[in-house]
Design a protein around this ligand. Structure first.
Ligand SMILES: [Zn+2]
Length: 240
């Protein structure tokens, strides 16, 4: 089992609104087709494909795309993978159908194409296995958001998408932009009970340290964004 953090989330916001720079994980196992956990936003599809290519993975080879939830900055690139099975939780489908017009982060017009693709498989219940991986329903941010748990490098990893958007949410269990704050808190508590390493939706790799008196949460990587203006040589670098 090999987990590659293809894209690390970035927690910043801009004066124009939410940046939506999220995380995306490639999962590779011997003898099995590679999987993706989340697919970023439209603006990142070129980079997504070039990073896969740089690792020797063609988009035709991706066997499954695990869509944690159906928000524009995580889900919209599913059509790039012509041979993949797509997994969503049935509670997320209900959310899209019932609340898609009110939850403005839902690209509601894109759902019928996914539903009718013949390749959408729905997860149900609160936990289970998907493509041989453990999944856990972690609702709150949206009603059907699920996380994936995996053993990697001797630690329990949790790919949690927007169940935890950043280090502060994991530390404080207080969240922003949640459909249900109380459910979000419960989901974060559940993640903190079982994970050593957390890949959040919009931040660096986080580690949970239980060795002391209290549970410590810390970021173990940096997230660096370079911004280039076409006619200027200088790059603006934002580092968190
Ligand atoms: Zn989201």
């Amino acid at each position: 089992m090999d987990l590659t953090l293809l894209f690390q989330g970035f927690p910043g916001r801009s004066s124009r609104g939410f940046l939506g720079w999220s995380s995306c994980v490639l999962i590779r196992r011997p003898g099995k087709r590679p999987l993706l956990f989340d697919t970023l936003g439209f603006n990142e599809r070129y980079t997504l494909l070039s990073r896969l290519q740089a690792l020797g993975v063609n988009r035709e080879e991706i066997g499954a795309v695990l869509l944690s939830h159906f928000h524009f900055d995580h889900a919209v690139n599913y059509p790039l993978f012509p041979n993949a099975t797509f997994y969503l939780h049935e509670a997320e489908v209900k959310h899209i159908e019932e609340n898609g017009e009110r939850d403005l982060a839902v690209p509601v017009e894109m759902f019928p194409a996914l539903r009718d693709s013949g390749r959408l498989v729905l997860l149900s219940g609160t936990a289970g296995e998907v493509e041989g991986l453990q999944w856990l329903l972690t609702p709150g941010h949206t009603p059907g958001l699920y996380s994936v748990l995996a053993d990697f490098q001797g630690k329990k990893w949790a790919l949690v998408s927007d169940a935890v958007k950043n280090v502060e949410e994991l530390r404080t269990e207080e969240v922003a932009m949640s459909w249900d704050d109380a459910q979000s808190k419960e989901s974060i508590k559940a993640i903190k009970r079982c994970a050593d390493v957390v890949v959040p939706g919009h931040d660096r790799l986080l580690e949970i340290d239980r060795s002391g008196q209290t549970v410590e949460v810390k970021a173990v990587t940096e997230s660096v964004i370079e911004i280039v203006v076409p006619w200027q040589d200088a790059k603006f670098t934002v580092k968190v």
